[in-house]
Write a protein that binds this ligand. Sequence first.
Ligand SMILES: Cc1cc2nc3c(=O)[nH]c(=O)nc-3n(C[C@H](O)[C@H](O)[C@H](O)COP(=O)(O)OP(=O)(O)OC[C@H]3O[C@@H](n4cnc5c(N)ncnc54)[C@H](O)[C@@H]3O)c2cc1C
Length: 246
Amino acid sequence: MSDTPTPREALLGRRVDVLDKGWIELQDMMGDDLAIVNAARVSFLGESKGPERDKKLLFYLLRHRHTTPFEQVEFRFRVRAPLVTWWQWVRHRTWNMNAQSGRYTPFLENDFYVPAVWRQQAQDNKQASAGELSGPDADALTEKLLAHYQQGFALYQEALDAGVARELARVFLPGFAVYYTWVAKVDAHNLMHFLRLRMAPDAQYEIREYAWAIYRHFFRPALPWTAEAFEKYIMPTLGPIDPANG
Ligand SMILES: Cc1cc2nc3c(=O)[nH]c(=O)nc-3n(C[C@H](O)[C@H](O)[C@H](O)COP(=O)(O)OP(=O)(O)OC[C@H]3O[C@@H](n4cnc5c(N)ncnc54)[C@H](O)[C@@H]3O)c2cc1C
């Protein structure tokens, strides 16, 4: 028996920080590159044909969108992210998710997202940002945001102290910014679909940070051949990649 951990063993429980107070961790996973190849070769009952031919087959599968073998690999993450990110993530119907709701556990004082920079509204795209606000205007906005959070939280606390139910008191919390925690399970095929949409430069910065964290810290080390094929066949369709990523 080898003492060297498998990629799965090395990755399980790994937590990566994202944004100011968020993180993503791998709770569980099933399968690897070979599981994908073996699923495609099911008639051979999972027998490998050696790394070179196995890898070649995996590339063939992705290039020709023979995608179901990639569904043999599954990841389960625990994610802590601002609610705005949750709303975008939950649109991906092929994930299975369960979330903390604030009905059972009260929110904590620092459970709000404070952006590191104030992105400016893009002029040519209603959904996008371009450039950053800087100097005193940016600092003043951050101070106002913190004061807003403090006030919202104080009102929330006041309502709880007055005996209001947690499920109702949360209406006082700044909705888009509150940090939320959820567990999310997905297979490698649908994860690649998510990554293609959410690593792309037109995805909102916050969810893009999570997508890149998944790609770099979990997907690529867990499935090195699949990641190589993803970089070859799918990444070039994403558009110009932010040099801070990639
Ligand atoms: C840059 C960007 C901007 C966006 N802006 C908006 C917006 O302004 N407003 C908004 O509402 N949404 C917006 N979205 C969300 C978007 O419309 C999708 O809901 C989200 O990206 C999930 O994609 P999906 O449906 O392909 O993924 P999934 O739900 O994971 O589905 C994966 C694939 O499975 C198939 N599938 C899943 N469910 C069904 C079904 N019921 N019927 C048929 N096929 C199905 C489809 O082929 C789908 O592509 C935006 C997304 C991005 C990336």
